[in-house]
Design a protein around this ligand. Structure first.
Ligand code: NAD
Length: 497
């Protein structure tokens, strides 16, 4: 019997009544791991109704108690860290080390969610007028929904529901239909940590189920992480329906290589950040911009990239895993083909790569293009594969101009030994997350994940204080209290000794 991925509604794991199902496969060998249902209209309704009802009690649970739930959850996630990593590896094909990193980065957000009390502090001003004080409270907003992508099935759901719930909200999660097995285990552990029924619900599906959530009158806020095309639709539909929406979307991240950079460290960073996780990270480096004489290093980059190789999740010597699905694999191969057709020079071509013993896996070897121009498809489109495009320019100004003209603004980095170049870059670049001699500058959860421009729609970003603001509303109270003579007859002694 094929494993059936359950929904989680009103505190119970339930089997969907839907006959529409999708296969969940191991992308290293196409083995069928499970079937995931596309939840019915009534099942999505039931999940939202459960979250709405639970909000009435959960919002009154003291903040310290909500924080303690997160502490218990955090402890359980740490205890099950390797087990989660193993489930995640099989579901996504990620190497075990990478999969454990995915889980760990999520745990760090839960640690932060346990600190919710300090982050929910309001502001006060005494005596805004005679005898009148103004103070603000941060209150939860109600039922929130989260729609997550395939590429971080632990970290990204954990960016969302722990913080939303710690703030006093309830939640409906719609994880990626491509790898729902890790989210199922995350939910089980949340229940084991003591989450009351209805506080977290999970439905599965695709566009129809998401659209139902986006138009649902009982949902107040929607967090989305995924591709730009879908994010644009989610932002428009959700905001049209009057919801608060944050969309973390696609990317094309550039690394600027200055000629004064440390060559060895820079080339290693370029290889790891472009082919790591098979390039399926929204912060992967997909374009290397060589400034001036640093272009001489491209030949050596090719040699180092050629040593990276994909492999099975439990092959400790593999650099990265397969592409998540056959359609995504075909898209990567199609773009590699277009790169050649449109005149880029392919120095390393991973299109025909096969891993020994796993002939059916979605393998793409490390692929390196040079002579790439901004008009080419491989420059304009997000490839989401282990493909690095090299562009050459003469000056740092030209590099900045190129990157600022790219519609995406998720992450970027500069490798240099010049403080002046780094300062100029960090100041002038129109990208929300900047690394200086750091290839993938993902901020830890006490900051927020701050993509810009085409990589983000909304006002408040994922996790950190910005997410607390996203999942809450500010109530400002202006109060006048008078003190009668009768009650002042027993004044305390106010003298200071
Ligand atoms: P995707 O957009 O295909 O899917 C994301 C989610 O949206 C899934 O839950 C999916 O079921 C749902 N969805 C798909 N089509 C839909 C539609 N037409 N209407 C409504 N919902 C729909 O993304 P993916 O392929 O799973 O993930 C990869 C993408 O996510 C890449 O573009 C990557 O850059 C991006 N990403 C961005 C960040 C970030 O923080 N900016 C982080 C991780 C991934």
């Amino acid at each position: 019997m094929t494993r059936q991925v359950p929904l989680f509604i009103n505190g119970e794991f339930v089997q969907s009544g839907s006959s529409n199902k999708l296969p969940v496969t191991n992308p290293a060998n196409q083995q069928l791991l499970a079937e995931v249902p596309l939840a019915t209209h009534d099942e999505v309704e039931a999940a939202v109704a459960s979250a709405r009802e639970a909000f009435q009690t959960w919002r009154n649970v003291p903040v310290a108690e909500r924080a303690r739930l997160m502490m218990r959850y955090c402890a359980l996630l740490k205890e099950h860290h390797d087990e989660l990593g193993e489930i995640l590896s099989q579901d996504t094909g990620k190497t075990f080390e990478d999969a454990k990193g995915d889980v760990w980065r999520g745990i760090e957000v839960v640690e932060q969610a346990a600190n919710v009390g300090s982050n929910m502090m309001g502001e006060t001003v005494e005596n805004v007028a005679n005898g009148i004080d103004t103070y603000s409270y941060i209150q939860p907003i109600g039922v929130c929904a989260g729609i997550t992508p395939f590429n971080f099935p632990a970290m990204i759901p954990l960016w969302m529901y722990p913080l939303a719930i710690a703030c006093g909200n309830t939640f409906v999660l719609k994880p990626s239909e491509q790898d729902p097995l890790t989210p199922v285990r995350l939910v089980e552990l949340f229940i084991e940590a003591g989450a009351p029924k209805g506080v977290l619900n999970m439905v599965h599906g695709g566009a129809d189920q998401v659209n139902q959530l986006l138009n649902h009158p009982d949902i107040q806020a929607v967090s989305f992480v995924g591709s730009s095309k879908v994010g644009d639709h989610i932002y428009r539909t959700g905001t049209d329906a009057g919801k608060r929406v944050q969309c973390m979307m696609g990317a094309k991240n550039h690394m600027v290589v200055m000629p004064d950079a440390d060559k060895n460290g820079t080339l290693n960073a370029l290889v790891g950040s472009s082919v790591g996780a098979a390039g399926q990270r929204c912060m992967a480096i997909s374009v290397a911009v060589f400034v001036g004489e640093s272009k001489q290093w491209i030949e050596e980059l090719k040699e180092r990239m050629a040593t990276a190789r994909p492999g099975a999740w439990d092959d400790a010597s593999a650099s990265y895993g397969p592409i998540i699905s056959k359609p995504a694999y075909e898209k990567v191969l199609g773009l590699i083909g277009k790169g050649k057709e449109e005149g880029a020079t392919c120095l390393l071509d991973g299109s025909d790569y096969v891993v020994e013993g796993l002939p059916d896996g979605n393998w793409v070897g490390p692929t390196l293009f040079t002579d790439v121009t901004p008009e080419m498809s491989i420059y304009r489109e997000e490839i989401f594969g282990p493909v690095l495009c090299c562009v050459t320019v003469d000056t740092l100004e030209e590099a900045i101009e190129l990157i600022n003209a790219c519609p995406y603004g998720n992450g970027t980095s500069i490798f240099t030994n010049s403080g002046g170049a780094a300062r100029k870059y960090q100041h002038e670049i129109l990208v929300g997350q900047v690394g200086i001699n750091i290839p993938i500058p993902v901020p830890l959860p006490f900051f927020s994940f701050t993509g810009w421009r085409g990589s983000f729609r909304g006002d408040l970003h994922a996790y950190g204080k910005q997410a607390v603001r996203f999942y809450t509303e500010t109530k400002t109270i202006t109060a006048r209290w008078t003190h009668s003579e009768a009650s002042t007859s027993k004044q305390p002694n106010m003298s200071i000794n």
